[in-house]
Design a protein around this ligand. Structure first.
Ligand SMILES: C[S@@+](CC[C@H](N)C(=O)[O-])C[C@H]1O[C@@H](n2cnc3c(N)ncnc32)[C@H](O)[C@@H]1O
Length: 256
């Protein structure tokens, strides 16, 4: 995550982006409701980043220990620090600086969590089979990804140089259909209002920053035709309640 959109003058725009797309409270509430955390003894966080959600989950899963993996050394350090500050370091059993694909363990987990990290893993059968093998029988993986209708997905598909970022929940659900598991998909929507997306008919900082984030380049690099395209994509996807920022919570339970 070292894109120039996070730095310097762009930092302000990144904050506008975060204010626009942040739905973390609803995501945490949905995660906490999605499964019985009191029963869980072992959790694996895949691409856990700083670990803010993992800390809240640990507080709601009193018997659980946490295993964590992320290939970014910066994220592993941030996670270590966050868990220390949260007083949860003793509940962390392992921090592996590795990708999911390279992660090796004999351990099986009651819960596996991937919050907006499955982009980097995708729908190949071997990685989905690995997911089931990482679960105990009856264990559940919880994956959070954008929904196909989300403005985020529409921007990724229009501007992202990284095709992996166009992955949506539906594609993972469909690929899991071939495996011995029970899959439940729940879709949630945060409606973005017109006045958050446009200011006096011009694109708001938040809209520009959302497109810049998807394009992985600074807002100032957008040419006039691209700015027009951003405005058109927002207008085309405007529904009665606003523009949908929708995300899927996918529950995958291993059957046998
Ligand atoms: C969008 S961030 C999400 C972080 C965190 N889960 C959250 O919700 O704030 C994606 C994370 O996936 C990690 N990642 C990238 N490639 C990965 C891979 N192949 N396997 C596991 N994690 C990966 C990144 O380092 C990053 O921390």
């Amino acid at each position: 995550m070292s894109s120039p959109i996070y730095q310097g003058l762009h930092r302000k725009l990144f904050e506008a982006f975060l204010n626009l797309v942040d739905d973390s409270e609803a995501q945490l509430a949905a995660l906490l409701r999605s499964t019985d955390w009191k029963d869980a003894h072992s959790l694996l966080s895949v691409g856990g980043g700083q670990g803010i959600i993992e800390a809240s989950i640990l507080r709601n899963a009193p018997h659980a220990s946490l295993w964590y993996l992320d290939p970014s050394g910066e994220q592993c350090d941030a996670f270590r620090q966050y868990m220390k500050t949260a007083g949860l370091s003793q509940r962390v059993r392992d921090i592996a600086q590795t990708t999911y694909q390279d992660y090796l363990t004999d351990q099986q987990f009651d819960r596996v969590l991937s919050i907006f990290s499955w982009f980097y893993i995708g729908t190949e059968g071997r990685w989905l089979t690995k997911l089931l093998n990482l679960l105990t029988v009856g264990g559940t993986a919880i994956l959070v990804l954008p929904n196909i209708t989300s403005i985020e997905t529409i921007f990724y598909r229009a501007f992202s140089p990284d095709r992996r970022m166009t992955l949506v929940g539906e594609e993972v659900v469909s690929a899991l259909g071939h495996l011995d598991c029970t899959v439940v998909q729940k879709t949630y929507v945060k409606w973005l209002k017109t006045d958050e997306l446009f200011v006096a008919e011009q694109l708001s900082d938040g809209s520009l920053a959302l497109a810049a984030f998807a394009a992985e380049r600074p807002v100032t690099s957008f040419k006039l035709d691209e700015i027009e395209k951003i405005a058109e994509l927002i207008k085309t996807n405007h529904k009665a309640r606003g523009v949908p920022l929708s995300w899927d919570l996918i529950l995958v339970t291993r059957n046998s």
